[in-house]
Design a protein around this ligand. Structure first.
Ligand code: HEC
Length: 182
């Protein structure tokens, strides 16, 4: 709008300004339709990418030094409420934990700061005690890279997830402890 005002002040006719506005709006609309991403395919076990996960709140963060990645562990509203109340043994049905992973990079403006770079994957644990009884009450799913390619060739991929999470069975199969807050 500042741009249009400037044009108006520069002595452009009001109609021309209006037309420019309409053209700009049309261009913006066309771009947004054009830029819409294709739907993300479900994981091989049928789990679909949880809606709205990019707006979930942070439970904790982690930095893995073996593969140099940074992680944000996030939760949906049910998970957040349980985390805040310390009701995580077990986590309630409907709770979803997400882990968003990035390659760790050095901040271009501050060499001692480590910041998230390339996006590696997003993965989720969905609590439905009955439905996912065979895997500790959790449904597992992961999507790779920015293209969000479902991980795993068949539904058996969850055995890998479950096996590695089994050492923390006493913590309802969850490694993350909610980060301390004042
Ligand atoms: C080699 C071991 C290993 C495997 C395999 C594994 N995880 Fe994990 N997972 C971890 C560890 C360790 C953490 C906690 C530290 C971190 O954030 O990386 C974790 C954390 C998570 C979290 C955050 C909640 C929590 O438990 O702290 C989710 C969600 C998750 N994993 C999903 C999955 C899914 C889905 C798969 C399979 C596609 C999977 N994991 C496979 C080791 C593993």
């Amino acid at each position: 709008m500042l741009f249009l005002n400037t044009l108006a002040r520069a002595g452009m006719g009001a109609n021309l300004v209006k037309m420019t506005g309409v053209a700009l709006f049309a261009a913006m609309f066309a771009t947004s339709v054009w830029a819409e991403k294709p739907a993300v395919a479900p994981a091989p076990n049928g789990i679909t990418l949880p809606e709205g996960y990019k707006d979930w709140r942070v439970i904790s963060v982690a930095h893995r030094t073996d593969n140099n990645t940074m992680r944000a562990i996030v939760g949906n509203d049910i998970a957040m409420e349980a985390a805040r109340k310390g009701q995580t043994k077990p986590w309630p049905d409907g709770a979803i934990l997400g882990k968003l992973v990035w390659k760790a990079e050095t901040d271009a403006n501050w060499p001692t700061a480590t910041v998230p770079g390339k996006f590696v994957h997003a993965e989720f644990m969905i609590k439905e005690a009955k439905k996912y009884e065979a895997t500790g009450g959790w449904g597992f799913a992961r999507w790779l890279g920015e293209e969000q390619k479902p991980f795993g060739t068949d539904a058996g991929f969850v055995q890998g997830c479950f096996a590695c999470h089994t050492p923390v069975k006493g913590n309802d199969y969850v490694f993350t402890q909610p980060a301390k807050l004042p």
